[in-house]
Structures are given as structure tokens and as C-alpha cells.
Design a protein around this ligand. Structure first.
Ligand code: F6R
Length: 362
């Protein structure tokens, strides 16, 4: 049931504030973190290995920034189809985390089998609690996204991020990096995030307008720095899988190491950049793009828009949030941009060609 929406994808994008509220109530109490696996403890973890495919892989890449910054734990992230065949060494003290909407993706499941008996603990972050990955893990953390029908993952991605961020918080507390007051403060802000997500959804018309222009491009570039880099990757994946427009993402700092050669007036460049400690550097990347005729679509907050100047082609304004929450918030405009570009092109949004919802064969 599309509940009045034209596509399941549109419905699932719109559901995110309420679905994430639900996930947050399962993981946070009034003033602390309450993971559904109370035995989970990060004090003795030396290293995390995170493995997944596609969008779930980008959720892991984002979580790497959180675990490193908030908890000081070294994190390795790998694509399941690479990890499973590489015979990577897994040393004692390693916790292995497998992230999957379906819990059945063949490569991720095979990677989990490989890690069994080698890692101290196997953790499954999944949407389907009765899935193979959930059954075979030591700890199961459900993301509570509800059924996701659209082939392109949207609410499952942001629910994965939500759960991974609460894990990083738990790890931060376990390792004495945040005290009870700080955790209480953080979780209070976290519970306010759905409000910011609603504001992002309210930008729909502006995003649709930009998307209609972007739909005419042959190639689109996405740029981001820090934890926005995995979001740029996710934005590019979403656009190519449902609109069939060629899209690539780069870490902003990589621009002058190659991709800048692609820039001319026919290539829109989507820059995902809240005003944070790295913003100034991103602005200089944007100016390099604009100096070559590139059209910049900047997704930022009010402070960022002011610093960016007036030559930006399109600005999509997000509310200001704590830096840690920005990846969850900025996922929404990226999804809407892809969605509206696909609608403008008239593609089959919910059932893109050549793709399956769950990839249970290699
Ligand atoms: C992208 C998408 C895929 C999946 C990937 C992993 O929109 O849906 O990239 O994210 O196939 O699937 P799960 O999460 O079920 O393991």
C-alpha cells in the first residue's frame, strides 16, 4: 500500500522521521543508551571490522567516522565480496559487524561465516530479525525500518545509521570518552533529530526543481568531506540506480587529483557540506568547480550558504544540527534528488532495471 504516494520510494522517504523516532525509542531511554543487547560492551574491543554491500556498505563507511571520533576505536570497513575472498587476518580483540537490510545478502552472509570463530564477537545490524544473519550472529541489533518495498534503499539506510550511531555512543561511554551528562545531553539532541528530518522533507519543491535540471545531465558528480564523503557516495549510487544517470562521488579533497578534469558546464556537481570544521576547504573546492563553469548544487545549512557566496547554482537548505547527526539528515535531500530526477526521466522508480531487492546469489 503506497498510502497515497506515487511510489513506494516516496512513501519510504517520507516515513523516515516517524520510523527513526521508533528506532530511537528502542535504543535510547530518557537520558541514556539502552542497546537491545545489554551484554554488548566495547571496553575490550581493539578493532572493529565492518562488512556490507551497496548502501549498507556506505552506512558502515559513515559509522567509521563515528566509532573513531567518539570512541577512539580503529575501524576497518570492507565490501563483502572483497572481504570474503581476501582471507583478511582477524586478530583477537576484533569485533565484526555485518550490516544488511535483508540479512540475506549472499556475500555479506559468506563474510559472516568467514569471521565466525576468528572474531571475538559477531554482530548483525539487520532489518529482518528472522534473517540468516540475525540467526547466526552473537548479537543482533534490529534497525526497525519496517518493510522496505522500493528496491532503492532509503529508510533502511537512515535506520542503519541511527543504530550505528547509538552503538558508537555506547562505545564512547564504555571507554570513558563521554560521561553520563554528556551522554544524556547527546541522547536528548538525538531524540530531536526527527524534527530536523521533517524540515528536510519540507524542502521537497526546491529539490524537485534542481532534480529536473539534473535529470538532463549525462554525468553528475557528488562531493563531500569527512562523514559527508560516504553520503556523497550514497547520493551518487541512488541517482544512478533509479535514474540511470552516470554519477560518481569523490572526497572533496580528491577533486584536483583527477576528477576536476571532468568539470564543464554540462556536469552538475552536488556538494554535501554542512558548515563544520572542514567547510572552508569545501568552499575552495566549490570555487574550483565554478571557475570551470561547473554548476554547483550545494546542500548545506544557513551558515554554510552564507559563506558559500552567491555564485552557487542551487542551494538546498538543511536545518543546523550537531555534526554527528548530519549524515542522517543529509541522506534525505540526496534521496529526494535521485527520486525526482528519476520521476522526471520517467524510469520505473520502485523496480529499476536489472536490480533485485535482495541479492541472495553472488
Ligand atoms: C541500494 C541498495 C543495495 C543494497 C545492497 C545490500 O539502494 O538497495 O545497494 O543496499 O544490495 O542489501 P542488504 O542491505 O539487504 O544486504
Amino acid at each position: 500500500d503506497k498510502a497515497g504516494y506515487k511510489h513506494f520510494m516516496a512513501k519510504e522517504i517520507a516515513e523516515q522521521p516517524s520510523v527513526i523516532s521508533g528506532t530511537l525509542s528502542a535504543y535510547l531511554t530518557q537520558d541514556s543508551i539502552a542497546l537491545p543487547e545489554p551484554g554488548m560492551d566495547f571496553t575490550k574491543v581493539d578493532r572493529l571490522v565492518m562488512v556490507a554491500c551497496g548502501t549498507a556498505y556506505y552506512a558502515c563507511l559513515t559509522a567509521k567516522y563515528w566509532f573513531e571520533k567518539l570512541a577512539g576505536i580503529p575501524v576497518e570497513v570492507d565490501i563483502a565480496s572483497e572481504f570474503r575472498y581476501r582471507e583478511p587476518p582477524i586478530t583477537p580483540g576484533t569485533q565484526a559487524i555485518f550490516v544488511s537490510q535483508s540479512g540475506e545478502t549472499a556475500d555479506t552472509l559468506a563474510a559472516l561465516h568467514y569471521a565466525r570463530g576468528k572474531a571475538d564477537r559477531i554482530v548483525a545490524v539487520v532489518n529482518v530479525p528472522e534473517s540468516s544473519m540475525a540467526r547466526e550472529a552473537d548479537y543482533v541489533l534490529p534497525i526497525h525500518a519496517g518493510a522496505e518495498i522500493g528496491v532503492a534503499s532509503t529508510k533502511a539506510f537512515t535506520c542503519m545509521l541511527t543504530v550505528l550511531l547509538t552503538m558508537a555512543l555506547r562505545a564512547s561511554a564504555d571507554r570513558g570518552r563521554m560521561n553520563d551528562n554528556q551522554i544524556a545531553d547527546f541522547s536528548r539532541k538525538f531524540r530531536g533529530l526527527p524534527g530536523a528530518l521533517n524540515v528536510a522533507l519540507g524542502r521537497d519543491e526546491i529539490i524537485e526543481d534542481a532534480a529536473r535540471q539534473i535529470a538532463e545531465a549525462r554525468d553528475v558528480l557528488f562531493l563531500g568531506r569527512g562523514s559527508m564523503y560516504p553520503l556523497a557516495l550514497e547520493g551518487a549510487l541512488k541517482l544512478k540506480e533509479i535514474s540511470y544517470i552516470h554519477a560518481e562521488a569523490y572526497a572533496s579533497g580528491e577533486l584536483k587529483h583527477g576528477p576536476i578534469a571532468l568539470i564543464d558546464k554540462s556536469v552538475p556537481v552536488v556538494v554535501m557540506a554542512p558548515r563544520d570544521g572542514l567547510f572552508e576547504k569545501t568552499v575552495s573546492n566549490m570555487h574550483e568547480v565554478m571557475a570551470r563553469g561547473g554548476r554547483v548544487c550545494l546542500i548545506t545549512d544557513a551558515a554554510g550558504a552564507e559563506l558559500a557566496g552567491s555564485d552557487v547554482w542551487r542551494t538546498i537548505l538543511m536545518p543546523e544540527v550537531d555534526e554527528a547527526f548530519a549524515p542522517i539528515l543529509y541522506a534525505l535531500p540526496a534521496q529526494l534528488l535521485a527520486y525526482h530526477a528519476a520521476v522526471a526521466k520517467g524510469t520505473d522508480v520502485d523496480q529499476p532495471r536489472n536490480l533485485a531487492k535482495s541479492v541472495t546469489v553472488e
